[in-house]
Design a binder for this molecule. Sequence first.
Ligand SMILES: [Fe+2]
Ligand SMILES: [Zn+2]
Length: 341
Amino acid sequence: MTDTKFFVCRCFYTHNYFLKDYDIHVIFENERQFLNDYEMNLKQRGCNTKLKLDHVMNQLMVEQERRKNLGRDYLMRRETIKKNYQRLHPEIYTLKESYFAPEFKKLIDLCSEFDTTSDKLFELISPTGGERVFSFPVFTKEFCQLFMEELEHFEKSDCPKGRPNTMNKYGILLNELGFDEGFLNPFREKYLQKLAAILYPEWGGSQLDSHKAFIVQYKMGEDLDLNYHYDNAEVTLNVSLGKTYTGGSLYFGNMRTVPLEDTECSEYNHEAGIGIVHRGQHYHGALPIHNGERYNLIVWMRSSKVRNNLCPMCDHKPQLVETVGYGDGFTQPTVNLCTLN
Ligand SMILES: [Fe+2]
Ligand SMILES: [Zn+2]
């Protein structure tokens, strides 16, 4: 990590609380504001008894506590894992080119040539049906296997586990496990950024200066699907690691600035080792798996240059709050001394 200090936007503590039972994102500042703004709407969605409403309120308070303590808890979990967790495959914590599918290496080589345009890349990446959503092989099957074994090994350990975000109950935060320094930082800086620079220049593709990476798991009896949403990212990479499952297609709609009723979705079947990239603010979701188990690596890449102007989660100029690690990828604007007099 560089010396840059990263921040979250104040809205992190109040906005985008997801209530899965009622498929709605809400703002939660306090109980009174919440009831004023959402009681009617929730009633229409089936939250029609005091018991159900109490349950919602409880969920919101628990989530609010999680967010308030996130920085402290993250540091504690990271320390405990570092001290106590015995890695199963220590070698995979350092990125090596041999982990990449040959097609991915070719793709990045092509991106590195100075006159490469997106047209040239289309021989190596496939459209998925979604607008500017592309798929291509990323990792070898062997690497996916080792990676999943490591994740399962960690799951079975009694180390503390953080939750990836408000929508996924099951999964692993890769920074807590120690994957940022040797694996994800170079993966973003030396590889993904080159691709994003060509595919998504207007989303800061060439200046993706931080990320949040996590594993999401879908399994019978646990999370089966993922509701329609957009990511807190400028560019997202989603790699399917396996295992075997049926169902679970991804679907894409419009960018978040387009009214929802104009949406027609396109579906995409995700296979092991294959990654897809899309703009973070492109609405998407995952259909339920019918059986089996599915692991996906998600890398939310952020460009402070883009998001410092507008926070995608509250649609305002971000109000910076100090945090640890990459936060949500906001940085303090530097004062240009040349303009002062
Ligand atoms: Fe997502
Ligand atoms: Zn915000």
